[in-house]
Design a protein around this ligand. Structure first.
Ligand SMILES: CC(=O)N[C@H]1[C@H]([C@H](O)[C@H](O)CO)O[C@](OP(=O)(O)OC[C@H]2O[C@@H](n3ccc(N)nc3=O)[C@H](O)[C@@H]2O)(C(=O)O)C[C@@H]1O
Ligand SMILES: CC(=O)N[C@@H]1[C@@H](O)[C@H](O[C@@H]2O[C@H](CO)[C@H](O)[C@H](O)[C@H]2O)[C@@H](CO)O[C@H]1O
Length: 355
């Protein structure tokens, strides 16, 4: 063998081995003899990571209990270095949102661009409103609908948050001692929305989360106060009238459904289509939104506890916990693994300790 060939014979395998070693590190794969740092989802295995020194110093100088600007995002980046910013609601520049433009609902808005334009031209507002938008530090709470909220008298604590997020048809009236009386926004979809107009609270944003193209048609009719003509295609009866001005209506950025499903929880991609067990519950979508847009994040009313199948699923009705087993869209146990990471890493505070 010529010396040049000999050299190639030695160098080539070394290059290949070197490449495998390098990419396994990049892909967070386990390298023999080296402890893995990340789990499959890309979260640090060590959830006790510290904040960067400059932030720790800045927070140390704040008076006790004061809101810490950038806290949730900084904590999240410490255990999930891939985190990127994302706005709460769609605005007129929504077509520039690279991550959602190529996905169909619910993971994006491909094919729905025109109807979204029509809706946004009527709503004309794309933020939380001047007062909340100008806050230097926002504390948000996501109120889940779990039965665990009953008889804990957390209402006044919940009302202290700057932003109170409620979901679907969960009532306030009659339950204020436990769930509070303030609603900054209610996130929902056609089948989840409050059906009785008199049950909508005043001064709250109606935040729409789309799961299928038909949902956008429904929203356009609600925004333009048109009579709902097509009722087939929904999986349950839907609200026919939403007593909200167009200026009080927002479209939730679908990126949060995509990120929660594919990145944070690790649900199946299913070619980017909604399918068996690849949809996060709305509460987890709302938490994902808050991680990007609030400085501090708390939750209450979260927890599907399979050890108590007869416990109430919701705080406002007698349906039992075991009913969640019928859900084919969610993967409750994988979702819980993600939520537990957030609690363990002190990124979110769980007021009812159900996660
Ligand atoms: C039959 C069915 O599809 N039920 C779903 C219902 C239903 O559509 C609405 O109640 C409207 O009728 O909505 C869901 O959610 P739901 O409206 O029940 O509750 C809102 C969010 O609170 C969290 N939650 C709720 C109950 C509980 N015991 N533990 C919790 O952690 C969850 O994060 C949940 O998302 C949904 O949209 O996600 C999830 C449910 O799976
Ligand atoms: C395409 C379609 O309408 N699918 C329906 C699902 O959206 C729906 O799941 C429900 O979808 C909702 C969004 O529309 C929420 O994610 C909710 O948590 C989830 O349970 C199920 C309910 O049993 O019925 C199917 O036919």
């Amino acid at each position: 063998m010529k010396p040049a060939h000999k050299l190639l014979f030695v160098v080539c395998p070394m290059l290949v081995l070197g490449f495998i070693y390098y990419s396994s590190g990049k892909l967070h794969l386990h390298v023999w003899g080296q402890k893995p740092l990340f789990d499959k989802q890309g979260f640090m295995l060590n959830l006790d990571t510290k904040l960067p020194l400059d932030l720790a110093y800045k927070y140390g100088n704040l008076s006790e209990g004061a809101c810490k600007p950038g806290y949730a995002a900084a904590k999240m980046t410490a255990i999930y270095p891939k985190s990127k910013p994302a706005s709460m609601f769609l605005d007129r520049n929504f077509k520039r949102l690279a991550k959602v433009i190529n996905y169909l609902p619910p993971f994006g808005f491909r094919t729905q661009e025109r109807i979204i334009d029509v809706i946004l031209s009527a709503t004309k507002n794309y933020g939380l409103g001047p007062e909340l938008d100008s806050l230097i530090c926002k504390r948000c709470i996501i109120v889940g609908n779990g039965g665990i909220l009953s008889n804990k008298s957390l209402g006044s604590r919940i009302d202290e948050y700057d932003v109170v997020v409620r979901l679907n048809e969960a009532p306030v009236s009659g339950y204020t001692r436990d769930v509070g009386s303030k609603t900054t926004m209610r996130i929902t979809y056609p089948e989840g929305a409050i059906q009785k107009p008199e049950r909508y609270e005043k001064d709250s944003l109606f935040v729409f989360s789309a799961f299928k193209p038909l949902d956008f048609k429904w929203l356009r009719q609600m925004v333009y106060k048109e009579k709902l003509v097509r009722l087939e295609g929904f999986w349950k009866s839907v609200a026919r009238y939403v007593p909200r001005e167009p200026s009080e209506i927002r479209i939730l950025n679908p990126y949060f459904i995509q990120e929660a499903a594919f990145q944070f929880i690790g649900l199946p991609q299913n070619n980017g289509l909604m399918g068996k067990g690849n949809i996060p519950t709305l509460g987890t979508v709302a938490i994902t939104m808050a991680l990007h847009n609030c400085d501090e994040v708390a939750v209450a009313g979260f927890g599907y506890d399979m050890n108590t199948p007869h416990a109430p699923l919701h705080y406002y009705e007698s349906v039992k916990m075991s009913a969640i087993k019928e859900s084919w869209t969610h993967n409750i146990s994988k979702e819980k693994e993600f939520l537990r990471k957030l609690v363990k890493a002190n990124i979110i505070t769980d007021l009812t300790n159900g996660i």
